[in-house]
Design a protein around this ligand. Structure first.
Ligand SMILES: Cc1cc2nc3c(=O)[nH]c(=O)nc-3n(C[C@H](O)[C@H](O)[C@H](O)COP(=O)(O)OP(=O)(O)OC[C@H]3O[C@@H](n4cnc5c(N)ncnc54)[C@H](O)[C@@H]3O)c2cc1C
Length: 234
C-alpha cells in the first residue's frame, strides 16, 4: 500500500513521531507492526526497508511510527526519513504481529517497555482510552534518562499509572531508578499465574529479560515479546 508522509513531531531530543496517510482504508489492531520501504539514494548496508510498530491508535485519522534518530550516526534509512516532505510517497506492507491484547478482558496484563519499546503500548493504551474498554494493566517503563520519557500525556489520559524507571537520573528525579531486571519488575508487581507479561524494546534487553523472568518462575506461555533489532540498548 502507498502512504503519503504528512508531518513529524519531535517527542524528545532524539525521538520523533512520523505521521502518514494511507491511500486507502487500512485496518490494524493496536500493537501490530508494518514494514516500510523508503527508496533513497545511496542506501547503506541496512537497506531501504524497516519494521515499525504503529504507535497510532487504530481509530486515529493518520498512521504514525515513533523512532529514535541517532544524532551521531543514523542509518541512511533514518536520515531519509527525517528529510521527507509533505506528500512524499513510500510503501507499506502489513499489518503483522500478535503483540496485541488477549481476547479475555479479565486477563491481568503487565506491560514492560525499554526506551522506544513503548510504541506498541502507546497504541494499545490510546485505543483503550478512546474505546473506554477497561483492562487490568500495569505498566513498567524504563529509560536511560528523564529526557527520553515519551507519551506521559497519553498515559494520564488513559488514567494509567506507569512506573517509570530511570537508569541515569538527575538529582531531582523522585521515582524508581535502575535498569530492567526480573528482580526489579517482580519487586514492583506480583504477576499471578494467569498474568500475561508483554515485553517490548531493543533485542538484547528483551532476550535478557526473557531468561531472567523465566529463571524467576515466570512461564514461557506468560510472555509475549516484541524485539527491536539494531538497537544496542534502550
Ligand atoms: C516487530 C518490530 C517492531 C519495531 N518497531 C519499532 C518502533 O516502533 N520504533 C523503532 O524505532 N524501531 C522499531 N523497530 C526496529 C527498527 O526496525 C530498526 O531496526 C531500528 O529502529 C534501528 O533502525 P536503523 O537500523 O535505521 O538504525 P538507527 O536507528 O539509525 O541506528 C541504531 C544504531 O545502529 C547504528 N547504525 C546505524 N546505521 C548503521 C549501519 N549502517 N551500520 C552499523 N551501525 C549502524 C547507529 O549508530 C545506532 O547506534 C522494530 C522492529 C521490529 C522487528
Amino acid at each position: 500500500m502507498r502512504l503519503r508522509f504528512q508531518h513529524s513531531i519531535p517527542e524528545t531530543n532524539n525521538i520523533s513521531s512520523f505521521f502518514f496517510k494511507p491511500e486507502t482504508e487500512f485496518n490494524y489492531t493496536a500493537g501490530q507492526y508494518v514494514e516500510l520501504t523508503l527508496e533513497h539514494k545511496h542506501p547503506d548496508n541496512r537497506g531501504i526497508k524497516r519494521w515499525f510498530t504503529l504507535s497510532s491508535s487504530p481509530n486515529d485519522a493518520l498512521l504514525s511510527i515513533t523512532t529514535k534518530i541517532d544524532k551521531d550516526k543514523s542509518s541512511s534509512f533514518k536520515t531519509a526519513l527525517t528529510k521527507l516532505q509533505p506528500d512524499d510517497e513510500l510503501n507499506m506492507t502489513g499489518p503483522m504481529g500478535d503483540f496485541v491484547l488477549p481476547k479475555i478482558l479479565q486477563t491481568p496484563l503487565l506491560f514492560v517497555a525499554g526506551g522506544v519499546g513503548i510504541t506498541p503500548f502507546h497504541s494499545i493504551l490510546s485505543w483503550l482510552s478512546s474505546t473506554k474498554e477497561e483492562r487490568p494493566i500495569k505498566v513498567i517503563y524504563a529509560v536511560k534518562d528523564e529526557e527520553e520519557i515519551l507519551f506521559l500525556e497519553t498515559f494520564h489520559k488513559a488514567n494509567q499509572h506507569v512506573s517509570v524507571i530511570v537508569g541515569n537520573p538527575s538529582p531531582s528525579w523522585g521515582g524508581e531508578r535502575g535498569t530492567l531486571s526480573a528482580n526489579l519488575i517482580l519487586g514492583l508487581t506480583s504477576p499471578t499465574p494467569e498474568s500475561l507479561i508483554f515485553v517490548s524494546g531493543p533485542e538484547p534487553m528483551v532476550e535478557k529479560l526473557e531468561t531472567d523472568l523465566k529463571n524467576n518462575g515466570i512461564k514461557q506461555s506468560q510472555l509475549v515479546l516484541d524485539f527491536f533489532p539494531n538497537y544496542p540498548d534502550y
